[in-house]
Ligand binder design. Structure first.
Ligand code: ADP
Length: 164
């Protein structure tokens, strides 16, 4: 039998948006399972809204209906995390040309570090191309309504954290 096709979808997910969810669910069309890998960089506290534990919990709640999507946290190099799990497909979402240059550089660096790994770039549904976690954080912090951009478990935590 063929090896299961395991996809890793890494990011900071602070917090998970409907754009992230769209990409993760799309991956199930070609993957047997998707691991959402929440990056935990203890030195990078700047602009952080949720702890890594909170982010993992929220993502688990959002995908409670989908046993093929699991959530993990990682520190250090993504390639080490992937090698440890014998996962060699990494998915990243591309919203616009502005994402491309950084992603392309990262893809080639990751390949230099771990030649077995392939990066797959996916486009979200058009209605999510303008969405980013940082914008959701900013709008929510300023009192705006972000209920169209995140799932209910994320909205609830945002309301608890920010009030309103
Ligand atoms: P953000 O860029 O929103 O702060 P992350 O750093 O957590 O989010 O991003 C993780 C991955 O998800 C990246 O590949 C990023 O390009 C992708 N992504 C983020 N938002 C979207 C979206 N709205 N549509 C598609 N991909 C997205």
């Amino acid at each position: 039998m063929a090896e299961p096709r395991v996809v890793v979808y890494p990011g900071s997910f602070d917090p998970l948006t409907l754009g992230h969810e769209d990409i993760a669910r799309r991956c199930l069309k070609f993957a047997d399972s998707v691991t959402i890998a929440v990056a935990h960089h203890p030195t990078q506290h700047k602009d952080r809204l949720f702890s890594v534990v909170e982010r993992v919990e929220m993502i688990e709640e959002c995908f409670a209906d989908e046993p093929r999507i699991e959530v993990a946290q990682f520190t250090g190099l993504l390639v080490d995390f992937c090698a440890g799990r014998k996962a060699n497909i990494v998915v990243r979402g591309l919203r616009a040309v502005s994402d491309f240059e950084y992603e392309f550089q990262m893809a080639l660096m990751n390949r230099a570090l771990y030649p077995e790994m392939e990066m797959v770039f996916m486009a979200p549904a058009g209605k999510f191309t303008f969405l980013s976690a940082s914008l959701v954080r900013e709008v929510a912090t300023l009192g705006g309504d972000v209920s169209r951009f995140v799932s209910p478990p994320v909205l609830r935590r945002l309301q608890e954290r920010i009030g309103g």
